[in-house]
Design a binder for this molecule. Sequence first.
Ligand code: C5P
Length: 211
Amino acid sequence: MKKIIITIDGPAASGKGRIAKYIAKKYNLLHIDSGLLYRKVAKLLIDYKIDLNNTNQVKKILIKTKKLTLRNNKNLRNEQIGKMTSIVAKMNLIRNYVNKHQIMLTTKKTKKKGFVVDGRDIGSVVFKNADLKLFVDVKASVRAKRRHKQLIDLGEKSIYAEILKEIKLRDKQDIARSNSPLVVPKGANIIDNSGLFNNTLKKINQLIGQI
Ligand code: C5P
């Protein structure tokens, strides 16, 4: 039976991950968090102290790293890695590598009914023929407020104004890059996730019911 593919794109801290996790559980799909894969590559490049201008060095590390797993790690979620990730995610070489991994993950044998993949270019570049495309939209100030609260709740230091600046910078980097910029994919349904999460889920369940 054909496996379904649902894509979720949207800016940083818009709630894509939370939505993807909900969909994965409710509909028995495998969640592929493409941001996590980019973060893993960024962490590798930091750990090996790779000079990003040295394409050969970057290539060598990618060739050496045959597999990226979907295993999450709290260390990958900090702002330093987030910032570095949006820089390395501009590189063609790295985008091709991560895209290949995402496609590979969807060709593996699995008992799941399909895949829910979230990121910035999933419905526009990686899975253009997905069964359902979602684009999550939330104003930067609301996203910054949520991220700030999340960090405080985790017991980390956070200054709202700085978080807002970081989020705006990441938006700018994701939208302005020439390589797979963040766009509303053709045929995507725009989901406003500024209000109650239950309202977002209601809308999403309606759309999935129509697949
Ligand atoms: O979604 P998350 O914040 O974990 O993504 C980290 C960074 O990876 C983003 O800021 C973005 O620059 C990059 N990314 C991307 N394309 C994707 C997923 C993430 O460029 N499909």
